[in-house]
Design a protein around this ligand. Structure first.
Ligand code: HEM
Length: 223
């Protein structure tokens, strides 16, 4: 057993907690989250005159408009990092299909009725793929909006498409984001602490990610 600074993901700490997120994963998540928050708030300010005050709050419209695409690059970078780190753990398993069928219990927070989930449940996996999909659309359409002079006039349909795709994909991510905040900060007690400090209690692991907990505990008892 190592202490938290030395421990690897899935290791049981001296406190009995399990390390769920390594320091690198937490750093990656928070770079991504802060970039996203800035993009969402300045994007809404650019999009709607009713929300123009958001641009003033972020230093004025010129600064917000100038920084928005650069922070977009930070978001694209951190999302790519997230993809490379987590995509291999986000494939659908047969347990996920059973979990999906019990979704009605999940939305009512009836955890005891849910089939056991692995490290991530199917809802978390869908959120991940939703962010990746929308992130690609936002990045490509954002490039067209940022540098329209490089789009030849004959391909101007791309510019029109970007004007529609960019806000539509942003709206989808706002929906995903609100669900993510509700589920991970308010519904699953202990999850927020895990993305800050890295560890979760065994009770949390057993309640929300039973298959993962069994794997972690099983691999310790086999040693
Ligand atoms: C202020 C903003 C955010 C907060 C407070 C937040 C909170 C959290 C928390 C508490 C977890 C751990 C959940 C668990 O292990 O059960 C988590 C994981 C995760 N976050 Fe965020 N997050 C934020 C922004 C984002 C954004 C913008 C993305 C999009 C790319 C994102 C993607 C993920 C993913 C893919 C995971 C792992 C799977 C999952 O738990 O859904 N997060 N986040």
């Amino acid at each position: 057993m190592n202490n938290r600074a030395e421990a690897r993901v899935d290791e049981i700490l001296p406190s009995g907690h399990i390390l769920r997120y390594s320091f690198r994963e937490r750093l990656m998540h928070w770079i991504n989250a802060f970039a996203y928050l800035y993009l969402m708030l300045t994007g809404l300010g650019i999009w709607s005159p009713w929300l123009f005050w958001l641009l003033i709050a972020f230093g004025g419209p010129q600064i917000s408009r100038m920084l928005h695409p650069w922070v977009g690059l930070v978001f694209a970078f951190s999302l790519t990092w997230m993809f490379l780190t987590w995509a291999s753990q986000m494939h659908t398993t047969k347990e996920d299909k059973a979990w999906m069928k019990s979704m009605n219990h999940y939305v009512r927070n009836e955890d005891e009725e849910m089939p056991p989930a692995g490290r991530y449940n199917m809802g978390q996996k869908l959120l991940f793929w939703g962010f990746v999909f929308c992130g690609v659309l936002l990045f490509l359409s954002g490039l067209v909006l940022w540098l329209p002079e490089y789009i030849p006039w004959d391909a101007r349909a791309l510019r029109y498409a970007a004007v529609l795709i960019h806000p539509a994909a942003a709206m989808l991510t706002i929906g995903l984001f609100l669900i993510h905040i509700y589920m991970s900060v308010f519904a699953e007690r202990g999850a927020f602490k895990s993305i800050i400090r890295g560890d979760v209690s065994q009770a949390f692991a057993k309640r929300h990610h039973r298959l993962w907990w069994e794997r972690v505990v099983g691999s310790v008892s086999r040693r």
